[in-house]
Design a protein around this ligand. Structure first.
Ligand SMILES: [Zn+2]
Length: 293
């Protein structure tokens, strides 16, 4: 395990223990969460060493989402995924019509495939080998491992996206600096994150599924993400809610609590969370649209 003694965002050494939680979805191991007393950034601490983190990813389960599309839940999952793809694309089109896209953490490739079908030039980065090979074989996409990030041309991309990825990344400053260098001056960077200041996070506390330790190393709020982005040369130009996430996260949180009727209660709590969220600010998950300063 690796202990973090300095705030990853503001470098303050005033790190305080915040609370403990568990990996409710896979190993049931206990993990601690720290908070920076200076900028309020919340992060998992200590974190597994980089060589150890792969064992916390149950890749087959992630991949099974795509292959087991039979059954009611599978169909529902696919319907929501298609809706989300169209929603993401409708946001992108407000800023940019077509060009060259880089999706970092491209998973099984559905988002890049959607863009490719709209005649975008697409590149993907995916550290997980099975997911990468799945996307390459199924959609004929160009997907690379993370080493490729340092070999791509500067000022190359009109769009760089990370959908629920930054919270998994070890070096968040370095990652945003690389994105800054790869993005064209008039390009946009889209980053979607689970929000620790959302109503469903406050409702479920240490059982909130958006914590997802130890896979989520960093737990952003609206303010801490904006501070990080600003430090790395980005300005926030817009933000949008991902409203479906509150239902799924609430459902998983009820499962973590071993509550009966998790699906029904998750739907109800997801609905409440969306109603409580401030306009465009602290939904369960948010999409941030950024440009270079
Ligand atoms: Zn800090």
């Amino acid at each position: 395990m690796m202990e973090i003694n300095k705030c990853p965002i503001c470098n303050s050494t005033e790190i305080i223990p915040y609370f403990s939680t568990r990996d409710y979805f896979f190993t049931n191991e206990e993990f601690s969460i720290s908070k920076c007393n200076s900028c309020n950034f919340i992060f998992t601490n200590p974190v597994p060493a980089k060589e150890e983190i792969a064992k916390y990813y149950n890749t087959d389960k992630y991949l099974s989402h795509d292959t087991n599309s039979n059954g009611l839940l599978g169909k529902l999952y696919n319907t929501i995924r298609d809706f989300n793809l169209k929603n993401k694309y409708s946001i992108i089109k407000k800023y940019i019509q077509q060009g060259s896209a880089l999706d970092i953490g491209s998973g099984t490739g559905e988002f890049l495939n959607f863009l490719k079908n709209k005649n975008w030039k697409t590149h993907g980065i995916e550290p997980e080998k099975k997911a990468r090979e799945f996307a390459i074989n199924k959609y004929k996409l160009e997907i690379f491992d993370e080493n490729k990030l340092n070999q791509l041309n500067k000022n190359e991309f009109d769009l760089i996206s990370m959908w629920h990825v930054l919270e998994h990344v070890y070096e968040i400053n370095e990652r945003l600096q690389i994105i800054h260098s790869l993005l064209k001056d008039d390009g946009i960077f889209i980053n979607a994150l689970p929000m620790i200041d959302s109503p469903d996070s406050l409702r479920f506390g240490k059982y909130w599924a958006g914590l997802d330790v130890p896979r989520h190393l960093h737990h952003f709020s609206h303010d801490t993400f904006q501070l990080l982005a600003n430090n790395c040369g980005f300005e926030l130009i817009d933000k949008y809610p991902l409203k479906f996430d509150s239902y799924y996260v609430s459902y998983l949180s009820h499962k973590a609590l071993n509550n009966s009727l998790a699906l029904i209660r998750g739907l109800a709590d997801g609905c409440i969370s969306n109603m409580k969220a401030d306009s465009k600010r602290n939904y369960s998950s948010m999409i941030f649209v950024l440009r270079k300063k």
